[in-house]
Design a protein around this ligand. Structure first.
Ligand code: SAM
Length: 430
């Protein structure tokens, strides 16, 4: 059962009383670089050993780095880094136990039911050319089959249901760290993300539910705490009630600190946006897409974008230049007819895939939901792997992919899978 979100920032402190043996323990240099948020070259300088590039650092080195001005948390909070390194860091992929997972294969598309945190480290190294995804956003939605995940920072919660925005940012960065070895040298990651206001609010299942609630008759409204899942606003170390949490730019900076190259911070200017009952600020009409790569010059094919149909993300002739692709994308929102409630448009997925893959190269969506990325990959002739923690959403995705590949549906019933899903188990709780 999902509970409330109360963004009460912890006040933990770093302790340093480790045994001499623990202080001399060595850890992989790449992992250390990712937990302290510093490049290997900077670490060498900060430790006073310029021009060295050791394969490991000791815990003593790490404790020293935690005092350097340039330190910034990435996916483990400062006070928990020694424990994480000594006890909790992940085994190398070759030593991970096999997972029992349900996989559906439709032509070149594989859909796996499971938790992205478990599945990402099991991807073959250097196998994915392009990741196109939209993760859950912080504290906004209750999804179908919401399930708890245990994270490197010690928190156990569904992704998107962290007690603080910092927790959500850490978990996103942990997933990006687990994903990185699977990306090819020329590969790209396109990560769609939205910000959250630090407000008191009931958390709902989808936009329809939110609109219905706003239309409730005066006098019949529930008090906000009577909803099954609520987000409170008091207790954060600095965010006041009604302030924007700045989640997307903070993810962008930390992605860079764990070794990704931040290529672009794209504004997706949506054609429409839900009404917001606000008087002291502007309404929102944008979401963001981070374009990350693992090397400075990822594969990037503007010519392919120019030839693309607008349905699949080609130039929007009314709003975008036909010659130049910029960091403002004018794309529609998804129709929502697949019953997921948080779908992104086919045009967004198609644009990202066409720009950064060649036909036949593997696309991944670790939060595939209703399968939009997989459908775009099929239409563009790319194989695709999709994960989702919800079996019900994987069923929706499977049905859409079967239609896109002209393969017969397994379920002979209604082809309105969105209606089937909503009828079977409403995602909403609030
Ligand atoms: C924003 S939606 C993705 C929607 C998708 N882009 C589409 O067009 O339908 C995020 C998805 O992440 C899934 N999810 C949440 N936590 C997850 C986890 N730990 N591992 C894998 N999937 C997860 C949810 O079930 C949800 O379908």
């Amino acid at each position: 059962m999902i509970g409330d979100i109360v963004p009460r920032s912890p006040t933990d402190r770093l302790v340093r009383d480790f045994t001499k043996k623990d202080k001399e323990r060595e850890f992989d240099a790449e992992l250390v670089s990712q937990v302290v948020g510093m490049s290997r070259a900077f670490i060498a300088r900060a430790l006073g050993r310029p021009n060295t590039r050791p394969k490991t650092y000791t815990l003593r080195d790490v404790l020293d780095l935690l005092d350097v001005d340039g330190f910034q948390e990435t996916f483990v909070p400062r006070s928990k880094i020694p424990k994480y390194l000594l006890e909790d860091s992940l085994a190398p992929p070759s030593e991970l136990p096999a997972l029992r997972q349900s996989t559906r294969t439709i032509g070149d598309v594989e859909l796996r039911v499971g938790n992205a945190r478990d599945l990402l480290p099991r991807l073959a190294a250097g196998s994915v050319q392009c990741v196109t995804t939209s993760s859950p956003y912080w504290g906004m939605r209750v999804y179908e089959n919401e399930r708890s995940v245990t994270w490197a920072d010690g928190e156990t919660c569904p992704y998107g249901f962290e007690q603080t925005p910092e927790g959500f940012i850490r978990h996103t960065i942990e997933l990006l760290v687990l994903l990185k070895p699977a990306i090819t040298k020329t590969g790209s990651v396109w990560w769609n993300i939205m910000d959250t206001y630090n407000t008191r609010t009931p958390i709902r299942g989808n936009a329809r539910e939110r609109l219905d609630a706003m239309g409730e008759k005066p006098g019949s409204r529930k008090g906000w705490t009577e909803h099954a899942a609520c987000r409170h606003s008091a207790g954060h170390m600095y965010l006041d009630d009604t302030e924007l949490s700045s989640v997307p730019p903070r993810i962008a900076e930390r992605a860079s600190r764990v070794g990704y190259k931040l290529k672009s911070f794209i504004t997706w200017r949506k054609h429409t946006s839900p009404p917001e009952p606000v008087k002291s600020r502007v309404s929102r009409q944008a979401e963001y897409v981070l374009h990350l790569s693992v090397n400075r010059t990822p594969f990037f094919d503007k010519a392919a974008w120019l030839k693309l149909e607008s349905r699949l993300g080609g130039p929007n002739m009314l709003r975008e230049s036909a010659e130049r692709i910029t960091d403002v994308w004018y794309l529609p929102t998804a129709s929502g007819k697949n019953g997921h409630g948080a779908e992104f448009p086919l045009a967004l997925a198609g644009r990202c895939i066409a720009l950064t893959t060649k036909p036949g190269e593997l696309v991944l969506d670790p939060f595939v939901g209703s399968g939009t990325t997989a459908v775009a990959a099929v239409e563009l002739g790319r194989p695709c792997i999709g994960f989702d923690i919800s079996e019900a959403y994987i069923e929706v995705a499977e049905s859409r992919v079967r239609s896109a590949t002209h393969q017969p549906q397994l379920d002979e019933g209604s082809d309105d899978v969105g209606a089937q899903l909503s009828a079977r188990k409403p995602a909403a709780t609030g």
